[in-house]
Design a protein around this ligand. Sequence first.
Ligand SMILES: [Zn+2]
Length: 148
Amino acid sequence: MRDLLLDTDGPAVWLAANGLDGRFTADATTVRRLLEAREAIEAAVDGTATEPLDAVLGHGRIRPTLTAEGPGERAEFADPAWGPAWLAARDCLTLLATKPDRIRGCAHEACALHFLDTSRNGGRRWCSMATCGNRAKASRHHARSKEA
Ligand SMILES: [Zn+2]
């Protein structure tokens, strides 16, 4: 599996896909902060530590706004390189507040990814059916054909 945070290409795609590329740049500092946020999110989701996520969240704040479009809010950062990491940490916080039981670790033993189970019955087991789901099916098939 390819780690999307090994260089700046993956984060650049992620920023563009989320409409954030006008506000942030995927430079080396931003990627370092994203890696820190990812570790913090892992610890928070696994329940091993809350301090790292809290520390990431300390790098930004929400400013309530009133514009011609009406009331709203805007995230502000002293250091914009913290922006994408902070937004990811805040999304994690929202999930922990609303759907903690739907944040799962992938059931594939060789996969380290977590995912949000949005299935209706909550029975999803893999981060992706296309990758880990099929790998699990293939290895079960392999085990069966070895027994036979
Ligand atoms: Zn997986």
